[in-house]
Design a protein around this ligand. Structure first.
Ligand code: NDP
Length: 273
């Protein structure tokens, strides 16, 4: 029997991660023998743990909070999108022994919006809530997808302004004050990239953000997305959570490492069964 190829997801905490299950589903779909584990590494242990993993035969790793910037920093090769964002969620051991950093969060979000939600962001006026790492990836992806305008609101308004500056030159971008959301009209697409739901915090968004054709999308999924999803439904707009995005990003990592595109819809059905 061929030796198992080793892969892992690194985070802190990581016990909640669906990645081992997803890669197991993809492996079963494609008949590829592999081992995929979740490795909990505190920030001061991350680099040693990751280098040790690759030294002991690891071939690829997904990286989640709080290690995405550290993952970018320790890689020797960076894809253009990772370089643009300064973070990475996919690390791949190249044949010459160097580690490549990539970020596929933004592409995964777009693939889910277009493929499963039937939403094309092109030409829409978009409100992005949040200014952290996921918001930054979402913002670049949305601008690349041709949104008409992108407004960014964040609880800490200075971070929204900083992100707006980072994005300047990439499209029509402006920062909004969080406290003034009830006075800025409605949007065609509202993307929640805050971690409020994960932290069990309410967002208290005004219904005036929504018009008849608004689509709302939460990067969080499961119980963490419930408050935003309920707000969107109560406001009368269509909404989706980020489970499809998670599966899309896992599938893109799998394809990067194994050269085979797994069946995302079948994996999603398996997850929600
Ligand atoms: P970060 O920690 O980098 O950013 C968190 C953001 O949420 C900040 O803008 C922060 O605002 C804001 N925030 C936190 N609590 C509140 C609150 N109570 N009210 C309003 N805003 C709040 O996290 P990430 O950007 O990495 O992740 C954001 C979310 O996206 C997470 O829920 C994560 O699970 C999800 N995600 C989903 C993925 C998927 O595949 N579906 C992939 C990546 C992320 P402030 O600046 O004021 O602190």
């Amino acid at each position: 029997m061929a030796p198992h190829r080793r892969y892992a997801v690194f985070g802190h905490p990581i016990a909640h991660s669906l990645s081992p299950r997803l890669h197991g589903v993809f492996a079963a779909q494609t008949g590829i023998a592999l081992e995929y584990t979740a490795i909990d590494a505190a920030p001061d242990r991350f680099e040693d743990a990751l280098r040790g993993f690759f030294a002991r035969g690891g071939r690829g790793a997904n990286v989640t909070l709080p290690h995405k910037a550290a993952a970018f920093a320790l890689a020797e090769v960076h894809t253009s999108i990772a370089r643009r964002l300064g973070v990475a969620n996919v690390l791949t051991l190249l044949p010459d022994g160097r580690i490549e950093a990539d970020s596929n969060d933004g592409a995964g979000m777009l693939a889910d919006m277009r493929g499963r939600c039937d939403i094309d962001p092109r030409g829409r006026d978009v409100l992005l809530l949040g200014a952290g790492g996921a918001a930054c990836a979402a913002a670049f992806a949305l601008l690349d997808a041709g949104v008409r305008t992108l407004a960014i609101a964040n609880r800490t308004s200075s971070r929204a302004r900083t992100l707006t500056e980072v994005l300047s030159g990439s499209g029509q971008v402006r920062a909004l004050e969080w406290d003034a959301l009830d006075r800025c009209g409605a949007f065609g697409l509202i993307v929640n990239a805050t971690s409020a739901g994960v932290r069990h915090d309410a967002l208290a968004l005004p219904r005036s953000l929504v018009h008849a054709r608004t689509f709302a999308y939460d990067l969080s999924y499961g119980p963490a997305a419930r408050p935003f999803v309920e707000w969107a439904e109560d406001s009368g707009c269509a909404v989706a959570d980020g489970l499809g995005m998670l599966v899309e990003t896992a599938a893109a990592s799998f394809e990067r490492w194994h050269g085979v595109r797994p069946d995302v819809d079948a994996a999603l059905r398996d997850l929600i069964r």
